[in-house]
Design a protein around this ligand. Sequence first.
Ligand SMILES: Nc1ncnc2c1ncn2[C@@H]1O[C@H](COP(=O)(O)OP(=O)(O)O)[C@@H](O)[C@H]1O
Ligand SMILES: [Mg+2]
Length: 220
Amino acid sequence: MVISLNSIKGGVGKSTLAVNLAAWLVSQGHDVLLVDGDEQETASDFTAWREQTLGQTGFTLVNMTGANLRKQVEQMKVKYDHIVIDTGGRDTTSQRAALSVADVALIPFAPRSFDLWTINKVIELIDEIQAVRNEPLIPYVFLSRADIKSADNREVSQALAGFAQLTFLPYPISNRKAFSNAAGVGLAVFETETPDSKAVAEINSLFTHVLHGHNTPATA
Ligand SMILES: Nc1ncnc2c1ncn2[C@@H]1O[C@H](COP(=O)(O)OP(=O)(O)O)[C@@H](O)[C@H]1O
Ligand SMILES: [Mg+2]
């Protein structure tokens, strides 16, 4: 499966989720390619830390941006079980290339920075992409960097669930230090010495649905 992380806003947790997903797929025994499609190279920095911490990364990393990304991913699809693409928020060429080649798009929304302008832009982009695809893209939206206890979460969830073009997943990723601490040394949240069990449970729920449940409706 080709899974891309997309958003129009930066700082919503795309790179954090991309590297956790790549490591998570490896932990399930899959052969994984991580594509860093962002010129800021967060996923590449993570991978360099990972090599220092673990001595090996477990997945293959490549950097690809722009229109080239689509053709290259298309060619590499047969060589890997799964390809995870991290994109930059502002680079629309890479973003479109990733959305056109992906089977599934993971589109995180951070509740505090949520606004209608962003969601409308996302829907415009998805509509445009769907119109030129042979097989439809599955665009998943969900909360990322959510407050552990906040009324905002409920409001934003309801808003996200209200768009026919998007599939809302009721598996939020909360704002937890464990995510940034682990990523800072090149590890996924389940790989640290004393993993935060709540953070681990959150990514397990989200990623399990993405990997196995994409043909079935999401249930909370
Ligand atoms: N679930 C989370 N909990 C706590 N911090 C997070 C979480 N997700 C991301 N962060 C932190 O937020 C910042 C932006 O995250 P990042 O994954 O780089 O976002 P993006 O790729 O969308 O720009 C980073 O400092 C990262 O460590
Ligand atoms: Mg990023």
